[in-house]
Design a protein around this ligand. Sequence first.
Ligand SMILES: NC(=O)c1ccc[n+]([C@@H]2O[C@H](COP(=O)([O-])OP(=O)(O)OC[C@H]3O[C@@H](n4cnc5c(N)ncnc54)[C@H](OP(=O)(O)O)[C@@H]3O)[C@@H](O)[C@H]2O)c1
Length: 134
Amino acid sequence: MIVKPLYLFDSQKTYVIAGGLGGIGRSIARWMAERGARHLLFLSRSGTTRQEARALLEELNAQQVQALAPQCDITDLKQLRTVVEEACKQMPPIKGCIQGAMVLRVRPNPAFPQIIICFRAQMLINDRILFSKP
Ligand SMILES: NC(=O)c1ccc[n+]([C@@H]2O[C@H](COP(=O)([O-])OP(=O)(O)OC[C@H]3O[C@@H](n4cnc5c(N)ncnc54)[C@H](OP(=O)(O)O)[C@@H]3O)[C@@H](O)[C@H]2O)c1
């Protein structure tokens, strides 16, 4: 029996996955590709330096998914704007964003400011940078 997915992504638009080369992000990307997403922009500080990241991009490319993974610290708004602008020259307009970027530290006090910065960045991604393009 073939089960039709309940939700399909727009194959003519770009979806951003911040932190998308981590564990959950890679699973989300595969899930999105299975459901029609054809343009994925991954944002992480390490970009394609890790083998699993390169393997994921190859896997997606083999499924006719355009997958770019520029290095980008999403808490650095200047860098974020530059990276998104560059990517938009090669990709269709951005339709959605999944925030999966996270830094988890065992000791709560030193980690707390960094986690807060990530959440703030997510709001700024949505409001000012990603969706300011047509
Ligand atoms: N794993 C779980 O069981 C679980 C359960 C529930 C919810 N979650 C949530 O799911 C999200 C992802 O979890 P995960 O297990 O996939 O974590 P993960 O494997 O550590 O992935 C997080 C990714 O975030 C990226 N990242 C961190 N700081 C960044 C920054 N400033 N700019 C850009 N990218 C950044 C990291 O890449 P770089 O180091 O290269 O930047 C990393 O690839 C988190 O929000 C977590 O709270 C996870």
